[in-house]
Design a protein. Structure first.
Length: 217
């Protein structure tokens, strides 16, 4: 049996995915929690084989959650299960230690495939998103997309800035385990590498690289 933990702060969503997964004879949903912190405690105690983690959670987000989870037990396979369908978020999640990325619009069969693929040691990206990402990555290589120049930590800070999930640098630093001053330094370095001066310009650049949808506010 493949033991699965669900991490989603919307209880009804988590319950719905539990019911979907329970239809598979080789899946066992061992729990559902609403924060990444709770997931980390669960992994320390129970060590499920797969964790399905949303990106936007109260407290630490899915990016930092998977990074900490991977540090606790790298054998646990973490799949992003999110409403975020933009390619921009895929690379930071995989860089943090994730091995799968599917959206909440995927069907039950596709989610089952994703789980079995990562358990088998293979990375998995939802095909529709993977096709977009393939095009985007090709565009990046051809155009020399500046996001390729960012370190993991720089991309992490910029990703959180774009998501708007943290109100200030003190909170962002607490989430990442670094100081407010270090957050500011990392952001300044990232902006310099990207050749832009503020977040609005970062978003416009990400659109031009095909990493964010053009209708994003």
């Amino acid at each position: 049996m493949i033991r699965i933990l669900i991490v989603d702060d919307h209880r009804m969503v988590g319950h719905g995915f539990q019911e979907i997964l329970r239809q598979q004879p080789d899946f066992l949903v061992v729990g559902a929690v609403e924060t990444a912190e709770a997931a980390l405690e669960w992994v320390r105690r129970e060590a499920p084989e797969v964790v399905l983690m949303d990106l936007w959670l109260p407290g630490i987000d899915g990016f930092e959650g998977v990074r900490r989870l991977h540090a606790i037990n790298p054998a646990v396979k973490c799949i992003c299960l999110t409403a975020a369908e933009e390619p921009f978020y895929v690379r930071p999640f995989f860089n943090a230690g994730g091995c799968g990325y599917v959206t909440k619009r995927c069907g039950a069969a596709e989610l089952a495939i994703a789980i079995r693929e990562v358990v088998g040691g293979r990375a998995y990206i939802e095909p529709a998103l993977g096709q977009r990402l393939s095009v985007d990555l090709t565009h990046e290589r051809d155009a020399g997309c500046p996001f390729n120049r960012l370190s993991h930590r720089e991309l992490e800070v910029i990703t959180i800035d774009i998501a708007g999930s943290v109100d200030n640098d003190t909170a962002l630093g607490a989430r990442l385990g670094i100081s407010r001053k270090t957050v500011s330094t990392i952001r300044h370095r990232a902006l310099a590498k990207l050749g832009v001066g503020n977040l609005a310009e970062v978003i416009r650049l990400a659109r031009r690289c095909g990493l964010l949808d053009s209708d994003r506010p």
